[in-house]
Design a binder for this molecule. Structure first.
Ligand SMILES: [Zn+2]
Ligand SMILES: [Zn+2]
Length: 751
């Protein structure tokens, strides 16, 4: 099952003494001086008939050899049998160097580095193999590294000795993309051998693996604006009605297939640069329920049946005209289970999405991944063309510390061992909006692992930290360890939409320790402005965490006295690094709003009497009147959901304004719970109350219903602002919160 990224050919081996002796001589003479004391006789040969990528590769080699040694090797189109040569590309290379090699057998990105006598050959398949060979020579043999746009390591040495090399390499994945701002610098991507689709690499630099259109393409295949009014039957039937928007296509309608085929042929004509064309269901649900679609899906036990059946028909037609072109379709949401008997055509790639799981632990380290693995195995049984779309960032909080490096270190290899053909690591942002916790580190480590997943992931992380953070590196390494040790236990869970309270790892103690490490790291970097800037960017998630908890009532993370300085630093780092957004969703991601919330941090009420869970079957528990709505008696017990006896418990929360029911009741209880207390007023007052809830909420003040909102959502402070009348003396407050899945709790503040 394991795919071999490298194959080393070690040459002839014989037992006779004479041959061994000759080999020893050869290996001695294979210790070539490429450059000695800044001088060299060697030339770089690239054929006059070489393409522009190979010619570029030759000059790239010249440039970096000069940067390393100060010696500029001439680039020539003229071969000279008496001169020492580095041959770049296959064209024009003498037989004595090529010997057994057949250039047509090299894949698009595959290359060989070979020393023969005093010559070196660096050559590969078109379009990128030779260029990747030069990059491989510079990085794997000479130690060059392109960590970030700014931090490039070029070793300095006047003498370069090359030992005998016979190395043939190709990447583990044919498609390699990491969705981090840092990975979308063309030069950086070439040097780290990524071939992204979203921001493609120009053909002059070898091009990349282009997927057109990128994803969710059903409405581009058969646009509802063009067809719906005359042919509603082309679109999904849902509950008996054809839907024009937010649904899918009627995939068993032959006319839909015909239109889709025509669209795909247009795409192929208009996009000769594309390697693969996407026939993808739209985001969300809305599969067709017409009798014909339904019959096929039911017979095959999955909604993927109509999808694959549809894509196969297009693929068969395309294969007759363009046998080398590939199509791609999603196994996603309702189509994740493969059909029972239908098989994807040979030119169809299945794109599987992995999104609903625990980010603390790798694929083999936590049962939250088991359902996905089961489906991956099921698809693997029926196709060898699976490409993966996986999510490696916190989409709710790009700036939150997000200790999922175990996934990064292990899961790229897992996919490679499964023979997957591609990996899209969805990162922190669309490229123009940059920033995100350790996004530069993630981009670089992913790039290395996507080329060769069998490397030691921790060694790559350590190498990046050591080189990018210089004298501050030990503190940053310690910070990374601190976070990851905290989330190792099996019971820690946080998703790709994690709140700072999720998983329970961002405690005041941990944040304090992290803050101290960064104070030391910044002191180490104080004399180097560029380094300090990088260290501060790494510090930003800790600063963000302190401000976040402060804004939600967590004074244990940040005191009122410290807040103005910390906020000022936050704003400065954000501005210096041009970070424009902090989350996938625009509202949560708005930096200005966050800063305002910190400045006007409200008074959160965090000690309550809580009781629950009560039954919430059919999600109507919010409307059912349970005893706490009729009386408050902290000594009484009542029948709760599942026939359990429930009683009032008093809780307080010193570290956050968030009252979390999931710590008390199991989140899968799907119940409703109450929170009660009294608030004392010196006199009659009209006040504004801010409430945030996960999920829906009802609130009574002095037994009068003042808020009623049935909704599924994550809690944010002040999602609802209610103006209420408090009378002199004690006022009763009662909240009722329902659980529809995920988190469960609320914020309550007096504004
Ligand atoms: Zn249908
Ligand atoms: Zn887990």
């Amino acid at each position: 099952m394991r795919k071999t990224a490298k194959s080393f050919q070690t040459g002839i081996f014989s037992t006779t003494i004479i041959v061994v002796f000759i080999l020893i001589l050869c290996s001695c003479s294979n210790n070539n001086f490429l450059i000695r004391n800044g001088k060299s006789e060697i030339r770089i040969f690239v054929s006059a008939r070489a393409d522009r990528v190979e010619t570029y590769a030759a000059f790239e080699l010249q440039k970096y050899l000069q940067e390393i040694s100060g010696c500029k090797l001439p680039v020539t189109h003229v071969d000279d049998p008496d001169a020492k040569m580095i041959y770049v590309g296959f064209d024009g290379v003498p037989e004595s160097v090529l010997s057994d090699l057949n250039s047509s057998e090299f894949g698009k990105e595959e290359y060989i580095i070979r020393t023969t006598g005093e010559d070196i050959l660096i050559a590969g398949g078109k379009p990128r193999g030779t260029l990747y060979g030069v990059v491989g020579f510079l990085s794997d043999h000479l130690g060059c590294r392109w960590y970030t746009r700014e931090v490039v390591k070029v070793p300095q040495k006047k003498t370069i000795v090359i030992h005998g090399i016979e190395e043939r390499q190709k990447p583990a994945f044919e498609y390699r993309e990491a969705w981090y701002k840092e990975a979308y610098d063309t030069q950086w991507a070439v040097h780290n051998r990524l071939n992204p689709s979203i921001v493609p690499i120009p053909d002059s630099l070898g091009g990349s693996y282009i997927c057109y259109p990128f994803v969710h393409t059903f409405y581009q295949l058969v646009p509802p604006e063009t067809y719906f009014s005359a042919h509603p039957e082309y679109f999904s039937m849902i509950k008996g009605v054809r839907k024009e928007h937010e649904a899918q296509l009627c995939l068993t309608n032959p006319e839909v297939v015909e239109i889709a085929v025509n669209t795909v042929f247009q795409w192929i004509e208009q996009h000769p640069e594309a390697n693969v064309f996407s026939i993808d269901q739209n985001d969300g649900y809305g599969y067709c329920e017409c009798s014909s679609c339904k019959a096929l899906d039911e017979a095959e036990g999955s909604h993927s049946a109509t999808v694959i059946n549809f894509v196969n028909q297009i693929a068969d037609t395309v294969a007759k005209v363009f046998p080398e072109i590939k199509l791609q379709t999603l196994a996603y949401v309702y189509s994740e289970v493969p059909p029972e008997t239908i098989r994807p055509a040979g030119n169809v790639t299945i794109r599987m999405c992995h999104y609903d799981y625990c980010s603390a632990h790798p694929l083999t380290g936590c049962e939250s991944h088991n359902l996905f693995i089961e489906r991956l195995e099921a698809w693997h049984k029926i196709t060898n063309r699976i490409t993966i779309w996986d999510y490696f960032t916190n989409y709710s909080r790009y700036l939150m510390p997000y200790p999922n490096f175990e996934r990064m270190k292990n899961d790229v290899r897992y996919y490679a061992d499964f023979g997957c053909t591609g990996l899209f690591a969805q990162g922190s942002n669309v490229p123009e909006n940059g920033g995100g916790e350790f996004s530069g580190l993630r981009a670089w480590v992913f790039a290395q692992l996507m080329w060769d997943p069998w490397q030691d992931g921790q060694a790559l992380i350590d190498e990046f930290v050591g080189n990018v953070y210089g004298s501050a590196a030990p503190y940053i390494s310690q910070y990374i360890r601190l976070l990851h040790d905290k989330v190792k236990p099996d019971n820690v869970y946080f998703s790709i939409y994690a709140e700072p309270t999720d998983g329970g790892f961002l405690t005041p103690e941990l944040v304090k320790e992290a803050e101290e490490l960064f104070i030391q790291a910044e002191a180490e970097a104080a004399d180097d402005p560029a380094l300090l800037k990088r260290v501060e960017l790494a510090h930003l998630p800790v600063i963000y965490t302190r401000l976040y908890f402060y804004s939600t009532g967590g004074l244990a993370f940040l005191s009122e006295e410290e807040m103005p300085d910390v906020l000022q630093k936050f704003e400065r780092i954000i501005a210096e690094h041009k970070i424009t957004r902090m989350a996938e969703r625009e509202d949560i991601g708005n930096i200005r709003n966050f800063i305002e919330r910190v400045k006007t941090a409200n008074t959160f009420v965090t000690d309550w009497w809580l009781i629950g869970p009560f039954d919430n079957t059919n999600e109507n528990g919010l409307q059912i009147i349970y005893p706490p709505e009729q009386e408050f008696d902290s000594s009484k017990a009542y029948p709760g959901s599942g026939g359990r006896s429930v009683k009032w418990e008093h809780v307080g929360n010193e570290i956050s304004g968030y009252i979390d029911f999931t710590g008390m009741y199991h989140p899968s209880d799907q119940g409703v719970a109450y929170a009660a207390r009294t608030i004392h007023m010196e006199q009659d007052t009209v006040v504004q109350i801010g409430v945030g809830s996960n999920d829906g909420v009802r609130m009574w003040i002095n037994r009068k219903l003042v808020l009623d909102h049935h909704i599924g959502r994550k809690a944010e402070p002040n999602q609802e602002i209610v103006t209420v009348h408090f009378r002199e003396g004690e006022n009763s407050v009662l909240l009722k919160i329902d659980q529809l899945g995920g988190g469960w709790g609320f914020y309550f503040s007096i504004l």
